[in-house]
Design a protein around this ligand. Structure first.
Ligand code: CA
Ligand code: CA
Ligand code: CA
Length: 211
């Protein structure tokens, strides 16, 4: 002790011999993987590594009850769904590493709906005013909004079309396009949503505008 201040010393001895140390391998299962029923999917375990460079096996469990071997095995699934593939890499010393990847077998289109504007409503300067007995009327710029969901994989993008011309591609929820370009008369708004497996669905609405 030195005054109120206590100083303590710790000495830690570490036995370290780099040449005798075996590093466990690190698995990388790649992915996420997408596909259709019966379609061969090529898995990619090539991102796996081992500091001693002594991986001797790549063993896959595809998540549907079947398994495979190798860096790039092929496998197909017999039904739709979300699967978890697990890769185990083992080195010459018997140490191993594990990684998982999602597999989406998706043939089902997403669901998409134009939420704003609503059918048979009047909008003035991006604000909903009142319901109408006839088709939607839009006066001034408006933010077109769509909802899109997918039951198996994920929504990858939502496209907004005006009279079949692509105006905006939105990759992130909320899915929106601000229609501020000067327009007059009857137009068709169309929205197409894509899931991450490439399936698509659309919704459209006829509107009368004065922007
Ligand atoms: Ca090793
Ligand atoms: Ca889907
Ligand atoms: Ca967005």
């Amino acid at each position: 002790a030195y005054g109120d201040c206590q100083i303590e010393y710790y000495i830690i001895y570490v036995k370290y011999d780099p040449s005798s140390r075996n590093w466990p391998p690190v698995a990388d299962a790649g992915g996420p993987y997408m596909g259709k029923i019966g379609e061969d999917i090529t898995f990619d375990g090539s991102g796996s590594y081992d500091a001693d460079d002594n991986i001797i096996s790549y063993s896959w469990n595809f998540g549907d009850g079947s398994s495979g071997e190798g860096v790039n095995p092929k496998h197909h699934y017999s039904h739709e769904g979300k699967f978890t593939a697990r890769l185990t890499v083992t080195d010459a010393e018997g140490e191993y590493g594990v990684d998982e990847a999602m597999v989406y077998i998706d043939e089902t289109p997403p669901t998409v709906e134009i939420e704003k504007p609503k059918e048979r409503f009047l909008y003035i300067l991006d604000t909903e005013i009142m319901s109408l007995l006839f088709k939607t009327r839009i006066i001034g710029g408006i933010t077109i909004e769509a909802s899109a969901t997918d039951t198996i994989s994920e929504i990858s993008k939502v496209e907004f079309y005006l009279d079949d011309e692509l105006m905006e591609t939105d990759y992130e929820w909320p899915y929106q396009w601000y229609w501020g370009k000067s327009s007059f008369g009857n137009h068709v708004i169309k929205v197409i949503a894509y899931d991450s497996a490439g399936n698509s669905a659309s919704d459209e609405m006829k509107v009368w505008v004065m922007i």
